[in-house]
Design a binder for this molecule. Sequence first.
Ligand code: F6P
Length: 323
Amino acid sequence: MPKKIAVITSGGDVPGLNACLRAIVHTATHEHCEVLGVEHGYDGLIAGEFSVLTLASVRDIVRRGGTVLRSARSNAFMTPAGRAQAAANLKAQNISHMVVVGGDGSLRGAAIFGREHDLTIVGVPKTIDNDVSHTDTCIGYDTATNTAMDAIDRIRDTADSHERIYVIEVMGRDSGYIAFAAGLAGAADGILIPETTTDWASLTRVLKERHRGHKGSLLVVVAEGDESGGAINVTQHLAAEFPDEKIGICVLGHIQRGGAPTAADRLLAARFGVAAVMRLRETIDSAMVGLQGNALAFTPLGDIQRKHLELNAERKQLLQMLL
Ligand code: F6P
């Protein structure tokens, strides 16, 4: 086990980062290893912003959203000069082993960084978009999906009372995971995701049938990356089909990134955090820890890519039966 490791949170924040930091510090302390937290993501690594993380610093953070280390999306780290400065700062601290908690971009950056500067890095996948390859799920996705589902439920209450139509836009960059999961869990009447091309004729037919049938509310969930262009465009489209109806728009935005992590995210963060530190003890190959079929699995860091929601037969059937 190295005597000292660094840990960094990079990219958009998600609920569960603090739970992961806590697990990393507890495990490292157990293994008699010091943890240096890098503040402000890769930008902070380039600027040399380190602080020692102790058991006291991670006390009572498990339930807090965000990241106590702060985070950033770094342009400087994309340049060889930026990475060279970051490596020099690590070397000055006598550190050659690091845990990077990040999304696909941060992890791909970590793979290049590790190769260039002979560092051992363990990646931990986190993103509400759930679009990291070689893992079924990422820290933050469950909480964001629950937040979106809760919002859909709340909008359903008011939409039902007033028999209104609502279009709800959820995050996900160019991935439809949150829209798919929260839309199904919230019993949406339409789910528009980038992984499918919207069949407007069929969507309108279904919505009109339901509207005529019970004259209640209609909720359409659209992923921000859908080819329709998002909630405003979808609303304009529906307004032409339902000229007499008031159509509400709700863009959930960064609400989905905040809040206390769910139990599932806290446990996932704990499993990943413990496994990441133990991996640093055992091997010198950079890798990402992931969850595959509820078992932890390591993948060479260089293999990590962006993942897309696969519309397999079961998922298609769910959409077919429930929409
Ligand atoms: O990748 C996470 C995410 O929240 C995406 O869903 C969204 O498109 C993007 O980040 C927003 O980024 P920012 O917080 O930089 O505006």
